[in-house]
Write a protein that binds this ligand. Sequence first.
Ligand code: ATP
Length: 507
Amino acid sequence: MNLTTYLRAGYPGLAVITSEEARAEADIAAACASVERRLHAWSSTEGLVDTTDGRVTPCPDPLDALQLLDGMFAAENPRHVVLLRDLQLHLDQSDPMLVRRLKDVLRVAKSNGHAIILLGCRLKLPPELLHEFTEVDFSLPDPTRLGAVLDGILKSAKLKNVHEVVKEAALQSALGLTTTEAENAFALSVVETRGIDPKVIAREKARTLKRNGLVEVVEATTSLDDIGGLGQLKEWLQRRAGAFSASAKAYGLPAPKGLLIVGIPGTGKSLTAKATAGAFGLPLLRLDMGRVFGGIVGQSEANLRSVIQTAEAIAPCVLWIDEIEKGFSGSKSSGSTDGGTSSRVFGSFLSWMQEKDQPVFVVATANDVSKLPPEFLRKGRFDEMFFVDLPDALERAQIWDIVIKRHGRRPADFDTDVLSRACEQFTGAEIEAVFIDALHEAYVEGREPGPKDVLDAMANTVPLAQLMDGQISALRHWAKGRAREAGAPVKSTPAAPRGPRRVQSVN
Ligand code: ATP
């Protein structure tokens, strides 16, 4: 629902949460004009400003400002809307007088058809006010809005002959940025290239998002061919690859929601997340769930909102959430450790997963399902849940092929069947680590590696699966009947004992 609708419906308390103050204020002014309300704006530095005639009433104290509103709201006409900048910073301190005064003002506003709008980049209300304000969605700018910003930059740089195709690509590259961030990226492109270069804008977006610290743009250079094994998972992805196209939409296909990939560390879950973006031909965003939590109180909810806004602005895209259990594990303990923050953020995330209509395909990976709350695993959140087990002999041979090629050597120079049989219980990550060890050994001796170097490196490695036997059995047990096998089922036999070996790290 948009702001105009809320104002028409007579909501007395609204909250717009954004760091784009200027754009939000312009939108609020437009909404007020369209429903014929008189807009006022208060801040502790400027006082109360009547935006219609510019009259200023100095009142740095929020309590005094609310007192003024009490008087203004006493009559029904004209209908006022008052924008309160940063009031939530004062409310953070839970001043009982301020809370009471605000409730009084809201009551008068409701009975006479006025409204208050809180504006700021986060909203942390005391429980007494929690149900008094309704949050209004404020999405990141769409291509039309960004187009106006781009036109402004082109005009001031006197660039007249920029092709429509280039402009379109530049706007696509800028999606997910605020108007100010996009303006900076366009301006930088003009300075660097004397024109508009979508690649410069994409690079600046990647930097900006990284600096903001929640989502990161990952270059999707991986394809499904880079994954050994995981045949069933790859097939599933291949069959969904066209589901984000215009023709799929016209056909009436709902955009796929996402995948949960659970499994043993080092078996290619992250690799699959990256390859998904490649297979779908969509941009890839990586979310660090750990960063959503933490920071200032009240920030986690705002962080999640910001992530969702960014992903939806860039959509269609793939949103990869690595080791999701790390972020949400606090919600299982009913929030007793963090005042309920994890539970709340987790709840918002689940509702978004369930209801989202923007084509954001979530790929979540998890190693430890015992930390995931059961609601998470319920049908309807993800399209499918896959379990990635240790690779079987055939899959290991495929992985050897891929790994050897990835490091610029020919699989034919190594007997990958022999290697595959010799590394039972190894994960893909361990196979790669063994090959890198072999490369190092051969390099020191100034020659090319051969099968013996690889077998020697293997003999020095204890696969993690041997140490995690109990956890792996528990994971397999959990996955039975709940999750689909990503690859062929493993017929595991106990590994033969070997000589002294060191433990290989998986990452
Ligand atoms: P973790 O849970 O520890 O993050 P993961 O399951 O996500 O592990 P990846 O990070 O995808 O594992 O694997 C690490 C590296 O190991 C990959 O970048 C890739 O080089 C190699 N690898 C793992 N599995 C495979 C595979 N099935 N095919 C090819 N390479 C693989």
